[in-house]
Design a protein around this ligand. Sequence first.
Ligand code: NI
Length: 266
Amino acid sequence: MRRGTAYGAVALGALAFLATSSVADVPPERLPLLAIPVTPSPTPTPTPTTPQRPEREPVDCAKVKCVALTFDDGPGFDTMRLLDILKRNKAHATFFVVGPQARHFRKDVERAFVEGHELGVHTEHHLQLNRKSLSKKKIHDEIDKTRQTLKDYLGIDPTLFRPPYGATDKRVKAETKSQGLAQILWDTDTLDWKYQSASGIASRARHGLRRGAIILMHDIYPTTVDAVQRILDTCKSRGLTPVTVTELLGGTTTPGREYFDATESH
Ligand code: NI
């Protein structure tokens, strides 16, 4: 038994090395600024108490003008502040989390869920999954481990996935389909990872704020969180209600399918 355990540890170490070395292949300008280093983390264990979601009537986007604000790569050090702003404005959003971040900031994940936000999978190591060099198993594991973390923490199966860099292909589609996840892209990129200025982020968001839009942001940048109140003010002035992605898409999504906004044209 001891020998088996030792071999297991060696195998895990080798896997962790492979995973970490792949991150270095991502173009540096597109690397997410993770709040903590990507390090191997223990397999999540089921939580004994599942946070209860307070009753909240889903918003009917056939009746009201909806928009979806989405935040990737977190949670991070500014996520709690973002949740405070959303709460104050009675606005809801969707968080596409990276596995190690979710496990490090578990309280943020649970709070977001309890406050009526939606959580989706953004993979373990933020790799570009449409690379031919990635094995089918690696693609599976990158999605599955983060999905399991959310399932363990929240007690429900996540249904949304956002491919890192928006990079998807047939293999990623097949994998997300088998894991019950719709692929959520976006139609407005605030470029908040590139230009960290709150007024610039708010301005780029303003250009895309219309009924049915999916806005891409990242809650790991303080400047992004600084921009959110202005974005919510614009929503209010345009009569737009910020909702979760699933609400925006009419309450259900199809696993494997790509969504860019709430129109039927894609
Ligand atoms: Ni990302």
